[in-house]
Design a protein around this ligand. Structure first.
Ligand code: GDG
Length: 456
């Protein structure tokens, strides 16, 4: 058996030292499988100079990288349009950011067809071959592949929430998109809530025949299962125990100079709840003057989708909120909110995780949220405040769970985290670490792939 992975992005990038595998959960999980079994990874080509076909590693190739070259206009409509301005906001229930344009879906259709074509060209037509498609960029590709290759084994993993049927049906193309997905044999989501929402969408919108874990439509049955994703636990554990990370963490604590540090780490995205987190921290400071000068909030926001207007506006609003809070509360040597709009290395992120007394992870919606798992793995005694509207919340009951829209609740949770008795902190963290170990991303990939052949 070999594997064909199909994802929006290819798993390698050019560095000063030549081509390297990118760092990220998906790549970490799937490259070892490709290295062992061989296969191909199909992803978009954003740069016309790069070859369509690139064996990797160059010297002694394990697998093939196949690019689907996209023009700037295609990238604009398929990626920045349909993926980021339509499917992303709808799936996160944030429909005020939805922009429906015909050119988005038209290009999405043709790009999905081209991805399917590349799969058909590169993926061997063997009975043992598994074609594994990733995420919301590629909803229509499974059906195209199925039409050409009725016996293919096709899976899809959806990394974001699948919304309630009533929300998904807002999309004028909801039925077409569902039909596209139902070309698969197996569809994976992080948690049962999304599985149930998907099955209900297929039942109501397509009149498909369903059970608790299958959808039968047009003579083909698709299994739908929860497969929660994890992180590369060993890697994060090892990184956070290095002298480099320990020194960076100690320096950060010295520099901030407060007894308590609370951190937030996210892509700058309106789903992550950064603004409401900032106003909750402001409320915490208003309500708890005894903490003035004693707590620092450190928010890292990594630039993301900067071409999209909603993201530009969010950046302005976050800048403004940080200015307002610091303007009101900062004094002498104390800056209550430290805000960084930039990208860090994973080592640097580990130092932040290790330096923090508490992490404030409060998305308005999030498929899983793996920053949570990175923090749990790296911290030695930190407390976790986690939005109940994340996939992670289902798996981590020992976190302090909050409704991210409830400002008083969030402010109270910050106080509770900072004042949590040591014994309770330790007990919760031990249990959280056990859950995160269990979710490990290598196991996730193994479980998904094993699920194609369920025990008889
Ligand atoms: C989607 C779903 C689901 C962040 N800043 C930097 C940096 N990061 C890394 C984090 C973490 C990752 O990015 C973000 O992961 P999330 O899970 O928070 O979110 P999404 O990007 O929205 O991903 C999500 C995920 O897919 C997996 O299925 O959990 O729900 O939305 O790993 O560490 N990494 C580096 N520098 C940064 O500045 N190196």
């Amino acid at each position: 058996m070999s594997l064909t992975v199909v994802a929006n992005r290819v798993p390698i990038r050019r560095t000063d030292d030549g081509w390297k595998a990118s760092v990220g959960g998906l790549t970490t999980a799937l490259l070892p499988v490709l290295e062992q079994q061989g296969g191909v990874w199909v992803g978009m080509g954003e740069d016309a100079e790069l070859p369509d076909r690139q064996p990797y590693p160059q010297d002694d190739p394990d697998f093939l990288v196949r690019r689907v070259p996209l023009s700037e206009e295609e990238l604009e409509n398929y990626y920045y349009g349909m993926a980021n301005r339509v499917l992303w906001p709808v799936s996160h229930y944030l429909i005020q950011h939805l922009e429906l344009k015909n050119e988005f879906i038209d290009t999405y259709r043709s790009v999905n067809e081209r991805f399917a074509q590349a799969v058909l060209e590169e993926s061997p037509d063997d009975p043992g071959e598994i074609i594994w498609i990733q995420d919301y960029h590629l909803m229509l590709a499974p059906r195209h592949i199925r039409e050409e290759r009725p016996d293919a084994t096709i899976g899809h993993f959806w990394h974001i929430p699948w919304p309630a049927m009533e929300v998904f049906r807002i999309l004028p193309w909801s039925r077409e998109l569902l039909r596209g997905m139902l070309g698969c044999d197996l569809i994976g989501f992080h948690v049962q809530e999304y599985v149930d929402n998907f099955i209900e969408s297929a039942e109501v919108l397509l009149g498909a025949e369903v059970t608790d874990d299958t959808v039968t439509y047009d003579g083909h049955t698709t299994r739908v299962e929860a497969h929660p994703i994890g992180i590369d636990v060993d890697r994060f554990r090892r990184m956070s125990a290095t002298d480099e990370v320990k020194e960076k963490a100690a320096k950060l604590r010295d520099r901030l100079g407060t007894q308590n540090i609370v951190i937030g780490i996210d892509r700058l995205d309106y789903t992550k709840g950064i603004l409401s987190r900032l106003t909750a921290f402001e409320r915490f400071l208003e309500q708890n003057p005894e903490y003035h000068g004693k707590v620092s909030f450190y928010q890292i926001a990594t630039p993301s989708r900067t071409k999209v207007e909603s993201y530009q506006q969010l950046k302005r609003e976050v800048d403004e909120a940080v200015g307002r809070i610091n303007g009101q509360f900062a004094r002498d040597n104390w800056v209550p909110v430290n805000y960084r709009y930039r990208t860090y290395t994973q080592f640097e992120l580990c130092a932040f995780y290790r330096a923090a007394d508490a992490a404030l992870i409060t998305p308005l919606r999030d498929g899983m949220n793996v920053v949570t798992q990175e923090f749990i793995t790296a911290t030695q005694n930190g407390a976790l405040i986690l939005s109940e509207l994340t996939g992670a919340a289902y798996l981590l009951p020992e976190a302090i769970q909050v409704n991210p829209y409830d400002q008083d609740g969030l402010a109270g949770a910050i106080k509770r985290a900072l004042e949590m008795p040591d014994e309770e902190r330790r007990r919760r963290l031990t249990s959280l670490k056990t859950s995160v170990d269990e979710l490990d991303v290598h196991r996730w990939a193994g479980r998904f792939l094993d699920s194609f052949t369920p025990p008889a």
